[in-house]
Design a protein around this ligand. Structure first.
Ligand code: URA
Length: 240
């Protein structure tokens, strides 16, 4: 454990594991919890964070920061709770899930790369406008698009009801109505509104990349995996 604050045994164990306070109390009464080698059955016992606490013989450690990539399917919202639709966090099966948050949201009808973490400083580097983190999307458009759009996107686009042009965006035309677009901001519905400003419409939008992190081709829709230490460090985080 990290430092020498004292706290109740049941509080400490439930913070570090996925057990509720009631489950921890039961485990203590069953003699499954030890502190510095001694079985402690009183869940209210004060312990130091530096004490060695074990549950069923396994030492408990403060979990380090966690980082995941998820391949978001259609129909899921990027929120922690939603009364109507399933959320991307419903797809995550991890202890202490309530501590996780989404680093950069996608619309309900956008698919692809979503980053999920409990490291607020790391996610700030992705979402803060000051950091200009690049995001690349594949888009299927309702209408064909010609090369003149490349320059318009490079100059920045005036979006409806906004006082500033968008920052320069890179547009690659893959086929007449299929493009790859890279933006470095995160304005509301930005990609859809950029194409709407050119009298076009996005039919499908899929995020392929955020900063240096590319959606893993082997990750099926609806699945997630832990980021590698290179992927985490690529966004400027300390390795855990
Ligand atoms: N731009 C959009 O319009 N929608 C998204 O989900 C992401 C970027």
């Amino acid at each position: 454990m990290a430092n020498n604050k004292t706290l109740r045994l049941d509080k400490l164990v439930s913070q570090v594991t996925d057990l509720s306070r009631a489950e921890v109390k039961r485990a203590a009464r069953q003699g499954r919890i030890s502190v510095n080698g001694e079985v402690i059955s009183d869940p209210a016992q004060k312990v130091l964070e530096s004490d060695t606490v074990t549950l069923d013989g396994d030492a408990l450690h403060e979990p380090g920061p966690r980082y995941f990539m998820l391949n978001k399917p259609l129909g899921y919202v990027c929120a922690t709770k939603d009364g109507e639709h399933p959320t991307v966090l419903d797809l995550i099966d991890e202890p202490n899930k309530q501590k996780l948050h989404i680093a950069g949201r996608l619309d309900i009808d956008t698919t692809g790369l979503v980053l999920i973490t409990d490291d607020g400083q790391w996610s700030h580097r992705i979402t803060s406008p000051r950091h200009h983190c690049e995001k690349t999307y594949y888009a299927l458009l309702a209408e064909g698009i010609d090369d003149s759009a490349i320059e318009k996107f490079a100059k920045g686009i005036w979006l409806n009801n906004e006082k500033k042009r968008t920052k320069p965006a890179k547009l690659e035309i893959l086929y007449r109505n299929e493009v790859r677009i890279t933006i470095s901001e995160g304005r509301y519905h930005q990609v859809k509104r950029m194409f709407a400003a050119l009298d076009n419409r996005v039919l499908e939008l899929h995020r392929e990349r955020v900063g240096d992190i590319v959606l893993d081709e082997d990750l099926p829709e609806g699945e997630y995996r832990a980021l590698t230490s290179e992927e985490i460090a690529g966004m400027g985080a300390q390795e855990s």
